[in-house]
Design a protein around this ligand. Sequence first.
Ligand code: C5P
Length: 251
Amino acid sequence: MGKDVIIACDFSSADETIRFLDKFNRIKSDPQASCDSVNFAACRPFVKIGMELFYAEGPSIIKKLKDRGHKVFLDLKLHDIPNTVKKSMEVLGAYGVDIVNVHAGGTIPMMEAAYEGLMNGAARYAEKPLLIAVTQLTSTDEATMQRDLLIDRPLTEVVEQYALNTKKAGLSGVVCSAHEAARIHEVCGDDFITVTPGIRLAGDAASDQKRVMTPADAKAAGSDYIVVGRSITAAEKPLLAYEKCCEDFIG
Ligand code: C5P
């Protein structure tokens, strides 16, 4: 897998999701749309499915999206004892997901178990899924981490340590802020993947995101995948917004 733009499909139902993704069908037939200017596979964007949609629709949402030709990042952030995570990952791996994640806070043995389970589940697929880990949620700031979790270190140090643990466990990379991508590559190497949400096209509202970056800046910072939600899903012309993200990030 190379650099790509992943659309966060934060919708509450399969119908709403498919209606939104159907807007991308127009790229193919619309002569004004410069589909050829960026190389996105058959105009089927890589999509991220979160807990809300997965819990509402169940595994059928993954099959629907895969059957349409989308790659799927299943963002369920597993965190439990190693045996439970291993068994659960076996189930998720069998769905044919392309990226799935855990919390790095579950520790190295949990992440190793997750990896083993995922690979068992995905045994029949030629292209193996990527397993990545969330370091610290961006909703947790340093003060909260120190006061409530009694983690008495700077947040950046904790994020780096969690990234190193993730690498030690044999996972492919982490979900992190684009602001942390360069440092994580320094610590964990260039082939360790950084998947970065908190992306906004210039001029778009940051809304609830604290620290945002444009696709072009995320590219310069060394992000491997950007996760873009509202800058595309809430845009007046989502496919043009997507195309702009691809041009600026993939080049
Ligand atoms: O709409 P927006 O671009 O802010 O959406 C970002 C997506 O990335 C959402 O699905 C959000 O849950 C997810 N995410 C995030 N920050 C993290 C992890 C995931 O924004 N640290």
